[in-house]
Design a protein around this ligand. Structure first.
Ligand SMILES: [Zn+2]
Length: 200
């Protein structure tokens, strides 16, 4: 079975649970609770990862990039892949997905300030893709993990930058609280406000 045109809600939510499990791993080690799995055309997980920016000190260590790293040597030209991530991917990760031949991006919670899905145009390179984008899958579960992060780590001054990111995300996604009644939304990738600063 290929998954290119098979987006049954049960499959979407099943895949999202795998990504949410990755996000929970991030939560428990104090990273921003964002998780991702990369699936091949058969729907098998070939890479998984969670945000690791704090652990690694690497600004590009987003969940999606870690999933691509984990899938090293398994992403081949001419194949189709599905990227399932708990938070709408940023410009970097959306661009990486296009270069990797990802044909579908499935995300959980919308990321109004940081999302790349509506900002990034696919390049003209031979294997680049313009992925279909399916959002709001497991959005409430994803959002709840950010609340949990605040409860667990919100008072830690050394995590100020993470907290600012999460505070903004929660403020901008207030309407998602009713959660799973939100139907998945499908679009196709296409085409800032000032960020508050941590106290010095
Ligand atoms: Zn990213």
């Amino acid at each position: 079975m290929t998954i290119d045109h098979c987006f049954a809600p049960a499959s979407l939510h099943g895949w999202m649970q795998l990504a949410l499990n990755e996000a929970r791993r991030a939560l428990h080690v104090g990273e921003a609770p964002i998780g991702c799995v990369l699936l091949d055309a058969d729907g098998s997980v070939i890479g998984a990862g969670h945000n690791a920016m704090r652990e690694t000190g690497v600004v590009t260590a987003h969940a999606e990039m870690k999933a691509f790293e984990a899938a090293a040597n398994k992403v081949l030209p001419g194949q189709s892949y599905t990227l399932v991530t708990t938070l709408e991917p940023c410009v970097m990760c959306t661009g990486a997905a296009m270069l990797a031949g990802v044909t579908t991006i499935v995300y959980g919670l919308k990321a109004p300030a940081d999302a790349g899905t509506a900002r990034v145009e696919p390049p003209d390179s031979p294997n680049a893709t313009a992925p279909a984008v399916i959002g709001q899958v497991g959005a409430a579960e994803s959002r709840a993990l950010f609340h949990q992060w605040l409860e667990m780590h919100g008072d830690d001054e050394s995590r100020c930058e993470q907290r600012l990111f999460i505070d903004q995300l929660l403020a901008l996604t207030d309407e998602v609280v009713s959660g799973e009644s939100t139907k998945p939304t499908a679009t196709r990738a296409r085409p800032n406000s000032e960020s508050p600063l941590c106290p010095q």
